[in-house]
Ligand binder design. Structure first.
Ligand code: SF4
Length: 326
């Protein structure tokens, strides 16, 4: 592993000054970054350990849930306010990784984790995300875990998070700090599609850090479900996952939220399917019609083409669970 320097700032201002320096990288739980450094995929000159900053708080202010960037995945998943107000988020967190990893991984780090595409981790293989311009090993290679939506000729990787799928569905906002102050962006706009620049996973600038995420009040607590389809029941990334949330009154869907994981370079929000569900009865037929709409534009790359059937079936299954039909 390349040698690096290590600092642990005691204040946000000192941390922001430090992360703006060339070759600097933030570390919190380190559950992904340390692996990447050991494999030589990432080689920062300096690590800025932000664990001394006061960013662990989980609070409810005027019905909005605020979660600090350093709150641990395990703590958030067991928090009483999260389970009561946003059970979809708790479900998604509990589906992620293993208990040991959830005890180390932070909310901000979960958002910043890199793809698990095997070509990205193998420094002997071409990969436009790790080494721009070298090609994509997965296109024409082994791509069973890869994307079916929003791909580009440069990259077909997926974002690996479960938590982020729930946050995309729940209209969360990301609060970011940088040298010029704070800014806020909708969660659905935080992560990027690969396009011509697959080396960029998200819209965080190199001199910025995540402070928190906020989730507004909603009427989805009673009818939410996170479905994760994977090769084994624990400690596996999603082949396909679905975050489904419904507001149902007298059997009619007033409002729906749907997002998928394991299918795109970012958590994949299904806006058109949500619109199609509004005003419809909460029945399997409505869910099947929405799933058809959700799959428009999907494209398989060979090994992952099974997702073209698995994804709509998963959408219907998640919605049935959310509606209490199973
Ligand atoms: Fe690299 Fe993306 Fe291709 Fe994987 S899919 S090899 S991450 S460019």
């Amino acid at each position: 592993m390349k040698q690096f320097t290590y600092v642990k700032p005691a204040s946000e201002a000192v941390a922001i000054a430090a992360i703006g320096k060339p070759g600097a990288k933030i570390i919190a739980g380190g559950t992904n970054l340390v692996d990447l450094m050991k494999k030589g995929v990432m080689a920062p000159d300096r690590l800025i350990d932000i664990n001394a900053l006061p960013l662990k708080e989980i609070s409810v202010v005027k019905s909005t849930l605020h979660i600090g960037a350093l709150a641990l995945n395990s703590v958030v998943s067991e928090n009483a306010s999260v389970m009561q107000l946003q059970p979809l988020l708790a479900m998604a967190l509990k589906a992620g990784a293993s208990p040991q990893l959830r005890n180390m991984a932070t909310v901000g780090g979960n958002m910043m984790q890199r793809t698990r595409c095997p070509y990205f981790y193998d420094t002997t293989m071409p990969c436009n995300k790790r080494a721009p311009g070298t090609g994509c090993g997965a296109i024409g290679g082994y791509n069973r875990m890869h994307a079916i939506f929003g791909t580009s000729p440069k990259c077909i990787a997926v974002h690996p998070s479960d938590m982020c799928v729930a946050l995309a569905a729940l209209d969360a906002t990301v609060v970011i700090a940088g040298k010029t102050g704070q800014r806020r962006i909708p969660f659905t706009e935080f992560h990027r599609l690969p396009g011509e620049t697959p080396q960029l996973d998200n819209k965080l600038a190199t001199d910025e850090m995540i402070l928190s995420v906020e989730i507004p009040e909603n009427n989805f607590a009673k009818n939410s479900y996170y479905l994760k389809v994977r090769d084994r029941q624990s400690y596996a990334f999603a082949l396909v996952s679905v975050a489904a949330a419904l507001d149902i009154q007298n059997g009619v869907i007033q409002n729906a939220r749907l997002a998928m994981g394991g299918v795109a370079h970012k958590p994949w929000r299904l806006f058109d399917a949500e619109k199609a569900l509004a005003g419809k009865p909460a029945t399997e037929d409505s869910f099947k019609a929405a799933a058809l709409i959700a799959m428009q534009g999907a494209k398989g790359y060979g090994h992952n083409s099974f997702k073209l059937k698995l994804a709509p079936a998963s959408i219907v299954e998640a919605l049935k669970h959310a509606a209490g039909l199973v």
